[in-house]
Design a protein around this ligand. Structure first.
Ligand SMILES: [Zn+2]
Length: 250
């Protein structure tokens, strides 16, 4: 499939690295083409052709020449919105970097996820100004795990027994499954999670926005949810995300 005609897409800048004196390699999460590694010639010049559209986490409209075996060539980038966290709050900045790190680490090149793109734009907007970043981040991480097929089944034990709200389960991290007290094995690395928190996670992944907006989550439930998400995401990435230790989301 040798296509040399230009393609267009909305995109979020998720990583950049210097390539030469004047050029950068810019990794984009595009709406129509998924993750895309591009070469941006002249991007390091002060009055270059891209004019701030390639800042980290900027939402931009790009034109590029696709290359299948190498970097696609970025020919245009027009800024739609900058990522501009309110009050220069560092925790908001780290939350944005965390999203970039997850997209860069978990998305495959050329694998499109339109709903996740739209949610990324929405979440970057929320974490720029909402007082409490915990819920927007949790919703984002759940959506991301679901999109890449790594969200554990939340309504039953691996043996098929439905989750009961009053029971404590263990989450077998490497297998991404829940274990009821009968299935639990003491030598498996796992984490406890209550049936009540699992019910909450099911509501958070239900897609019912009104219900989700009104959900009150206690500090204890956040703690259990964070432990569940941190271990799921670290297993998916094969390492702990760097930004997770900087972020204050507890
Ligand atoms: Zn079981």
């Amino acid at each position: 499939m040798a296509s040399s005609h230009a393609e267009k897409s909305d995109a979020i800048v998720i990583r950049q690295a210097d390539f030469s004196e004047t050029s950068k390699v810019v990794t984009l999460f595009t709406r129509e083409f998924g993750k895309l590694s591009t070469l941006a010639k002249g991007a390091k010049r002060l009055k270059g052709p891209f004019e701030g559209a390639l800042d980290l986490l900027a939402h931009c409209r790009v034109v590029f020449l696709p290359k299948h075996e190498a970097l696609s060539l970025l020919t245009e980038a027009q800024l739609v919105t900058r990522f501009r966290p309110a009050d220069h709050n560092l925790n908001r900045v780290y939350a944005g970097y965390y999203i970039a790190e997850l997209l860069d680490g978990l998305m495959s090149e050329r694998d499109e996820h339109v709903p996740l793109f739209d949610r990324s734009i929405h979440t970057l907007d929320l974490i720029s100004h909402q007082p409490d970043l915990r819920k927007p981040l949790v919703l984002y991480e759940l959506a991301l795990l679901e999109q890449i097929g790594l969200l554990p089944i939340l309504d039953q034990c691996q043996c098929g027994t439905p989750i009961q709200p009053q029971t404590t389960y263990t989450f077998w991290v490497s297998q991404g499954v829940l274990l009821c007290p009968q299935c639990r094995q003491p030598d498996i690395p796992s984490r406890d999670i209550s049936g009540g928190t699992l019910a909450l996670l099911r509501m958070l992944t239900s897609g019912q926005d009104k219900l989700i907006d009104n959900l009150k989550i206690t500090d204890h439930q956040y703690k259990e949810i964070r432990s569940f998400l941190n271990s799921s995401i670290s297993a998916a990435l094969d390492r702990k995300p760097r930004m997770l230790s900087m972020l204050n989301v507890f």
